[in-house]
Design a binder for this molecule. Structure first.
Ligand code: TXA
Ligand code: MG
Length: 361
């Protein structure tokens, strides 16, 4: 279901927040409306988490399967307590102390009052307290937790500007709040608290190394071997541009022989790599710099906008180079890999056929 009118467009400066505009966005949420708003990571498509019909509209607007649970946004501990059950585990308290407000989502036992649709019937709920001043002002003015997935069509690239939201979901939002480009550019890190351990379900804006880097906290990565711990809905193809996309292991073009490079001559191929890691460009290819491999925060900030730019420029095929780096590189490489439907070419000799296969599905 979509609303049949153009959304109300509110420009709210994050440094000079207009309370009247925040109130308008909050009133729309309280009335069961869909409000797209900025966070420090990506834009979210928000609704009142306790309004089942509104939550259903969010799934419909995105074309998202009901089996893929949403993140609930809160403005502090009191609101957190309305969506979770029981006392918080010590690890959760430690993580909240250190990282909230911020791009860390915690998966915790769900309060029975919260509509099941929010977390796809799971006994858990994902919660975060966003660090963006406009996001938290809206949640506070709303007075109720706000369920919000990223404000893009399902499996498309996440939005880092209000223009991206308009392009994907302009006909289904009641209100779009524009506060400019988002700072981090990649989604929050999703962590489930299991016994005495924090397990990362989705790499994101806070790297694993930073999460684990304090006290006795044990942090690990969800392994594919334990499907219970995999994040539902974290699909193989996700964050994808429209153009067919192939991921390549870091540096493989630099090691390619002249014959291999010659065999890669094609028109309409865009190679997205790192400005400070120059590599030979096969004939007919165009280079799109993703920024410097030494400044991964800048790469993260611009990655989704770059994917949308390449689509808009009419790329036939997009070749994305992995960073191969730890830290934020893990989250960037996760998104690049999923944008390419998990097709990662490790050997330059395999690249020509991978490109041709991607182009003619
Ligand atoms: O930065 C972000 O997290 C953004 C902004 C808007 O806050 N939101 C976002 O939401 O990325 P979304 O819906 O695109 O991604 C939510 C992720 C999915 O991978 C989902 O599977 C996981 O969180 N998730 C939600 N509830 C969960 C649960 N109960 N257990 C495990 N994973 C859950
Ligand atoms: Mg998303």
């Amino acid at each position: 279901m979509t609303s049949d009118r153009t959304p109300e467009y509110l420009t709210i400066s994050p440094t000079e927040i207009d309370p009247a505009l925040v109130r308008r966005a909050a009133d729309a949420l309280r009335a069961g409306g869909l409000v797209a708003f900025p966070t420090e990571t990506v834009y979210g498509l928000g609704c009142d988490a306790f309004n089942e019909a509104a939550v259903q509209r969010v799934f419909d607007a995105k074309g998202r399967p009901l089996s893929d649970p949403l993140i609930v946004h809160v403005d502090g501990m009191a609101m957190l307590e309305r969506v979770v059950a029981g006392p918080l585990p010590d690890i959760a308290v430690a993580l909240i102390d250190r990282f909230w407000p911020g791009p860390l989502t915690l998966v915790l036992p769900r309060c029975a009052d919260l509509p099941e649709i929010v977390s796809s019937g799971l006994p858990s709920v994902a919660v975060r307290f966003p660090a963006h001043p406009v996001a938290s002002a809206i949640v506070t003015a709303c007075g109720t937790p706000v369920a919000a997935p990223s404000a893009n069509r399902f499996s498309h690239v996440s939005p880092t500007s209000a223009q991206h939201v308009l392009a994907d979901l302009g006909d289904s939002c009641d209100v779009i709040v524009d506060s400019g480009r988002t700072e981090r550019g990649l989604e929050s890190t999703v962590v489930v608290i299991a016994d005495d351990e924090a397990v990362v379900l989705r790499h994101g804006a806070i790297p694993l190394e930073v999460l684990g880097d304090h006290g006795a906290l044990r942090v690990s990565e969800a392994s594919n071997a334990s499907p219970v711990k995999a994040s539902p809905g974290h699909e193989k193809r996700h964050y994808s541009p429209r153009a067919p996309t192939v991921a390549i292991a870091s540096g493989i073009l630099r090691s390619a022989s002249p014959e291999t490079l010659a065999a890669l001559a094609r028109r309409g191929v865009v190679l997205a790599g790192y400005a400070d890691r120059p590599c030979p460009l096969p004939e007919g290819w165009r280079f799109e710099p993703l920024g410097s491999a030494l400044a991964l925060d800048e790469v993260a900030h611009d990655l989704y906008a770059a994917l949308r730019r390449m689509d808009a420029s009419g790329a036939d095929v997009i070749v994305l180079e992995l960073t191969g780096a730890p830290g934020l590189g893990r989250a960037i490489d996760d998104r690049i890999t999923r944008a390419a439907s998990s097709l990662v070419v490790e050997d330059p000799g395999d690249l020509a056929s991978a490109i041709d296969a991607a182009r003619s599905p």
